[in-house]
Ligand binder design. Sequence first.
Ligand SMILES: C[S@@+](CC[C@H](N)C(=O)[O-])C[C@H]1O[C@@H](n2cnc3c(N)ncnc32)[C@H](O)[C@@H]1O
Length: 252
Amino acid sequence: MSFAVAADACDRFMGRYSAQLAPLLADLAGVRAGQRAVDVGCGPGAMTGELVERLGPEAVAAVDPSESFVLAARERHPGVDVRRAAAEELPFPDRAFDAALAQLVVHFMANPVRGLREMARVARRGGVVGACVWDHAGERAPLTAFWRAVRQLDPEAQDESALAGAREGHLAELFGAAGLRLIEDSALAVQVEYASFEDWWEPFTLGVGPAGAYAGALDDLKRGELQERCRLLLPDAPFTLHAHAWAARGIA
Ligand SMILES: C[S@@+](CC[C@H](N)C(=O)[O-])C[C@H]1O[C@@H](n2cnc3c(N)ncnc32)[C@H](O)[C@@H]1O
Protein backbone atom coordinates (compact mmCIF):
# COMPACT_ATOMS: atom_id res chain seq x y z
CA MET A 1 0.00 0.00 0.00
CA SER A 2 1.60 3.23 -1.13
CA PHE A 3 0.30 5.14 1.91
CA ALA A 4 1.95 2.82 4.47
CA VAL A 5 4.67 5.43 4.95
CA ALA A 6 5.70 7.73 7.78
CA ALA A 7 3.59 10.84 8.29
CA ASP A 8 6.70 12.96 7.78
CA ALA A 9 7.12 11.53 4.25
CA CYS A 10 3.53 12.49 3.43
CA ASP A 11 4.13 16.00 4.83
CA ARG A 12 7.16 16.47 2.62
CA PHE A 13 5.35 15.08 -0.44
CA MET A 14 1.97 16.84 -0.29
CA GLY A 15 1.97 18.78 2.97
CA ARG A 16 2.47 22.23 1.50
CA TYR A 17 -0.38 21.68 -0.98
CA SER A 18 -2.74 20.04 1.52
CA ALA A 19 -2.38 22.90 4.00
CA GLN A 20 -3.43 25.40 1.32
CA LEU A 21 -6.28 23.31 -0.06
CA ALA A 22 -7.86 22.64 3.35
CA PRO A 23 -9.35 26.12 3.98
CA LEU A 24 -10.54 26.32 0.36
CA LEU A 25 -12.40 22.99 0.58
CA ALA A 26 -13.78 23.84 4.03
CA ASP A 27 -15.06 27.19 2.63
CA LEU A 28 -16.61 25.41 -0.37
CA ALA A 29 -18.48 23.13 2.04
CA GLY A 30 -19.49 26.10 4.22
CA VAL A 31 -17.95 24.64 7.40
CA ARG A 32 -18.57 27.01 10.31
CA ALA A 33 -18.60 27.16 14.10
CA GLY A 34 -21.29 25.07 15.77
CA GLN A 35 -21.13 22.26 13.22
CA ARG A 36 -19.76 18.71 13.44
CA ALA A 37 -17.54 17.42 10.63
CA VAL A 38 -15.62 14.32 9.57
CA ASP A 39 -12.38 14.29 7.57
CA VAL A 40 -12.37 11.15 5.41
CA GLY A 41 -8.91 9.94 4.34
CA CYS A 42 -7.33 12.40 6.77
CA GLY A 43 -3.69 11.39 6.20
CA PRO A 44 -1.55 13.04 8.88
CA GLY A 45 -4.32 15.61 9.38
CA ALA A 46 -4.06 18.76 7.23
CA MET A 47 -7.82 19.08 6.78
CA THR A 48 -8.41 17.79 10.31
CA GLY A 49 -6.40 20.78 11.59
CA GLU A 50 -8.53 23.21 9.56
CA LEU A 51 -11.71 21.64 10.96
CA VAL A 52 -10.35 21.81 14.52
CA GLU A 53 -9.63 25.54 14.06
CA ARG A 54 -13.17 26.17 12.88
CA LEU A 55 -15.15 23.77 15.09
CA GLY A 56 -12.97 22.70 18.05
CA PRO A 57 -11.59 19.16 18.50
CA GLU A 58 -14.71 17.71 20.14
CA ALA A 59 -16.74 18.44 17.02
CA VAL A 60 -14.32 16.75 14.63
CA ALA A 61 -13.79 13.11 13.63
CA ALA A 62 -11.33 11.68 11.12
CA VAL A 63 -10.59 8.33 9.48
CA ASP A 64 -7.81 6.87 7.38
CA PRO A 65 -6.88 3.27 6.47
CA SER A 66 -3.15 3.94 7.01
CA GLU A 67 -2.07 3.11 10.57
CA SER A 68 0.90 5.52 10.59
CA PHE A 69 -1.33 8.40 9.45
CA VAL A 70 -3.96 7.61 12.07
CA LEU A 71 -1.31 7.68 14.82
CA ALA A 72 0.08 10.98 13.50
CA ALA A 73 -3.35 12.61 13.19
CA ARG A 74 -4.20 11.54 16.78
CA GLU A 75 -0.94 12.95 18.11
CA ARG A 76 -1.26 16.22 16.19
CA HIS A 77 -4.93 16.81 17.02
CA PRO A 78 -5.66 15.75 20.61
CA GLY A 79 -9.35 15.44 21.36
CA VAL A 80 -10.30 14.51 17.78
CA ASP A 81 -11.95 11.09 17.32
CA VAL A 82 -9.47 9.58 14.82
CA ARG A 83 -10.19 6.02 13.69
CA ARG A 84 -8.58 3.56 11.31
CA ALA A 85 -11.16 2.96 8.58
CA ALA A 86 -11.82 3.34 4.87
CA ALA A 87 -14.41 5.64 3.33
CA GLU A 88 -16.35 2.65 2.04
CA GLU A 89 -17.20 1.54 5.59
CA LEU A 90 -17.34 4.53 7.88
CA PRO A 91 -17.56 3.59 11.57
CA PHE A 92 -20.19 6.23 12.38
CA PRO A 93 -23.97 6.19 12.73
CA ASP A 94 -26.30 7.75 10.15
CA ARG A 95 -26.59 11.57 10.14
CA ALA A 96 -23.81 12.13 12.69
CA PHE A 97 -22.21 15.17 10.96
CA ASP A 98 -23.06 18.47 9.30
CA ALA A 99 -20.21 18.02 6.83
CA ALA A 100 -18.18 15.09 5.48
CA LEU A 101 -15.04 16.07 3.55
CA ALA A 102 -12.47 14.11 1.57
CA GLN A 103 -9.42 16.05 0.42
CA LEU A 104 -7.31 14.31 -2.29
CA VAL A 105 -8.84 10.92 -1.41
CA VAL A 106 -11.65 9.96 -3.82
CA HIS A 107 -9.17 8.86 -6.52
CA PHE A 108 -7.63 6.37 -4.07
CA MET A 109 -10.89 4.83 -2.88
CA ALA A 110 -11.38 1.20 -3.94
CA ASN A 111 -15.02 2.08 -4.67
CA PRO A 112 -15.48 5.87 -4.96
CA VAL A 113 -19.28 5.80 -5.32
CA ARG A 114 -19.61 3.59 -2.25
CA GLY A 115 -17.21 5.87 -0.33
CA LEU A 116 -19.20 8.98 -1.28
CA ARG A 117 -22.48 7.19 -0.46
CA GLU A 118 -21.08 6.43 3.00
CA MET A 119 -20.11 10.08 3.41
CA ALA A 120 -23.69 11.02 2.49
CA ARG A 121 -25.04 8.46 4.97
CA VAL A 122 -23.10 9.92 7.91
CA ALA A 123 -24.07 13.50 6.96
CA ARG A 124 -27.35 14.76 8.38
CA ARG A 125 -30.24 15.40 6.01
CA GLY A 126 -29.33 18.72 4.36
CA GLY A 127 -25.69 18.30 5.40
CA VAL A 128 -22.81 18.79 2.96
CA VAL A 129 -20.42 16.33 1.32
CA GLY A 130 -17.31 17.92 -0.23
CA ALA A 131 -14.29 16.50 -2.01
CA CYS A 132 -11.40 17.49 -4.25
CA VAL A 133 -9.00 15.59 -6.52
CA TRP A 134 -6.02 16.92 -8.51
CA ASP A 135 -6.64 17.71 -12.18
CA HIS A 136 -4.33 14.97 -13.37
CA ALA A 137 -6.04 14.58 -16.75
CA GLY A 138 -5.71 18.33 -17.45
CA GLU A 139 -2.03 18.17 -16.45
CA ARG A 140 -2.49 20.79 -13.73
CA ALA A 141 -1.45 18.64 -10.76
CA PRO A 142 1.68 19.06 -8.62
CA LEU A 143 2.76 15.70 -10.09
CA THR A 144 2.27 16.66 -13.75
CA ALA A 145 5.97 17.13 -14.59
CA PHE A 146 6.78 13.81 -12.91
CA TRP A 147 4.20 11.81 -14.92
CA ARG A 148 5.08 13.65 -18.14
CA ALA A 149 8.71 12.61 -17.70
CA VAL A 150 7.65 9.04 -16.87
CA ARG A 151 5.56 8.81 -20.05
CA GLN A 152 8.46 10.09 -22.17
CA LEU A 153 10.69 7.30 -20.85
CA ASP A 154 8.06 4.58 -20.42
CA PRO A 155 4.99 5.16 -22.64
CA GLU A 156 3.22 2.13 -21.14
CA ALA A 157 3.40 3.45 -17.58
CA GLN A 158 0.11 3.98 -15.74
CA ASP A 159 -0.13 7.59 -14.52
CA GLU A 160 -2.94 9.00 -12.33
CA SER A 161 -5.00 10.69 -15.08
CA ALA A 162 -7.58 7.90 -15.37
CA LEU A 163 -8.29 7.79 -11.63
CA ALA A 164 -11.71 8.70 -10.24
CA GLY A 165 -12.42 12.42 -10.16
CA ALA A 166 -9.14 13.40 -11.84
CA ARG A 167 -10.79 14.75 -15.03
CA GLU A 168 -13.22 17.61 -15.57
CA GLY A 169 -16.77 16.85 -14.43
CA HIS A 170 -16.07 13.34 -13.16
CA LEU A 171 -16.16 14.16 -9.46
CA ALA A 172 -19.63 15.70 -9.88
CA GLU A 173 -20.73 12.61 -11.82
CA LEU A 174 -19.59 10.40 -8.94
CA PHE A 175 -21.48 12.64 -6.48
CA GLY A 176 -24.60 12.13 -8.58
CA ALA A 177 -24.11 8.35 -8.68
CA ALA A 178 -23.79 8.41 -4.88
CA GLY A 179 -27.22 10.05 -4.60
CA LEU A 180 -26.12 13.55 -3.58
CA ARG A 181 -28.32 16.51 -4.55
CA LEU A 182 -27.75 20.13 -5.66
CA ILE A 183 -24.23 19.27 -6.80
CA GLU A 184 -21.84 22.12 -7.49
CA ASP A 185 -18.72 21.53 -9.54
CA SER A 186 -15.70 23.85 -9.20
CA ALA A 187 -11.92 24.01 -9.05
CA LEU A 188 -9.47 25.04 -6.32
CA ALA A 189 -6.12 26.66 -7.16
CA VAL A 190 -2.96 26.64 -5.02
CA GLN A 191 0.70 27.39 -5.58
CA VAL A 192 3.92 26.24 -3.95
CA GLU A 193 7.42 27.72 -4.24
CA TYR A 194 10.48 25.52 -4.65
CA ALA A 195 13.93 26.81 -3.75
CA SER A 196 15.70 24.18 -5.86
CA PHE A 197 15.06 21.25 -8.16
CA GLU A 198 16.15 18.90 -5.33
CA ASP A 199 13.50 20.47 -3.07
CA TRP A 200 10.90 19.34 -5.66
CA TRP A 201 12.44 15.92 -6.46
CA GLU A 202 13.29 14.60 -2.99
CA PRO A 203 9.66 13.89 -1.93
CA PHE A 204 9.26 11.54 -4.93
CA THR A 205 11.95 9.29 -3.41
CA LEU A 206 9.94 8.69 -0.22
CA GLY A 207 7.56 6.06 -1.58
CA VAL A 208 4.35 8.06 -1.10
CA GLY A 209 1.36 7.34 -3.38
CA PRO A 210 1.48 5.98 -6.94
CA ALA A 211 4.29 8.37 -7.98
CA GLY A 212 6.49 7.40 -5.03
CA ALA A 213 5.76 3.73 -5.68
CA TYR A 214 6.71 4.14 -9.34
CA ALA A 215 10.00 5.91 -8.54
CA GLY A 216 10.79 3.39 -5.79
CA ALA A 217 10.40 0.42 -8.14
CA LEU A 218 13.05 1.75 -10.57
CA ASP A 219 16.71 0.77 -10.33
CA ASP A 220 19.21 3.56 -9.58
CA LEU A 221 20.09 4.10 -13.24
CA LYS A 222 16.49 4.45 -14.41
CA ARG A 223 15.59 6.62 -11.42
CA GLY A 224 18.53 8.88 -12.29
CA GLU A 225 17.27 9.14 -15.90
CA LEU A 226 13.81 10.03 -14.68
CA GLN A 227 15.22 12.64 -12.31
CA GLU A 228 17.17 14.30 -15.15
CA ARG A 229 14.11 14.21 -17.44
CA CYS A 230 12.07 15.95 -14.74
CA ARG A 231 14.80 18.57 -14.34
CA LEU A 232 14.49 19.41 -18.06
CA LEU A 233 10.71 19.78 -17.81
CA LEU A 234 10.71 22.16 -14.84
CA PRO A 235 11.63 25.87 -14.85
CA ASP A 236 15.01 26.94 -13.46
CA ALA A 237 14.99 27.25 -9.67
CA PRO A 238 13.64 28.99 -7.75
CA PHE A 239 10.22 28.32 -9.31
CA THR A 240 6.54 28.31 -8.38
CA LEU A 241 4.22 25.43 -9.26
CA HIS A 242 0.56 26.28 -9.80
CA ALA A 243 -1.81 23.37 -9.21
CA HIS A 244 -5.58 22.91 -9.65
CA ALA A 245 -7.89 20.41 -8.02
CA TRP A 246 -11.39 19.61 -9.23
CA ALA A 247 -13.82 20.07 -6.35
CA ALA A 248 -17.46 19.22 -5.79
CA ARG A 249 -20.03 19.72 -3.06
CA GLY A 250 -23.41 18.10 -2.75
CA ILE A 251 -26.25 17.94 -0.28
CA ALA A 252 -27.09 14.71 1.54
C1 LIG B 1 -3.00 12.22 -0.86
S1 LIG B 1 -3.41 11.60 0.73
C2 LIG B 1 -4.43 12.94 1.33
C3 LIG B 1 -4.42 13.03 2.83
C4 LIG B 1 -5.15 14.23 3.41
N1 LIG B 1 -6.57 14.18 3.12
C5 LIG B 1 -4.55 15.53 2.91
O1 LIG B 1 -5.20 16.27 2.21
O2 LIG B 1 -3.38 15.77 3.25
C6 LIG B 1 -4.58 10.31 0.38
C7 LIG B 1 -5.10 9.64 1.62
O3 LIG B 1 -6.19 8.79 1.27
C8 LIG B 1 -6.12 7.66 2.13
N2 LIG B 1 -6.95 6.59 1.53
C9 LIG B 1 -6.61 5.69 0.59
N3 LIG B 1 -7.66 4.89 0.33
C10 LIG B 1 -8.68 5.30 1.12
C11 LIG B 1 -10.04 4.87 1.32
N4 LIG B 1 -10.56 3.84 0.64
N5 LIG B 1 -10.79 5.52 2.24
C12 LIG B 1 -10.29 6.56 2.92
N6 LIG B 1 -9.03 7.02 2.77
C13 LIG B 1 -8.23 6.40 1.88
C14 LIG B 1 -4.64 7.36 2.21
O4 LIG B 1 -4.31 6.51 3.29
C15 LIG B 1 -4.08 8.78 2.34
O5 LIG B 1 -4.01 9.19 3.68
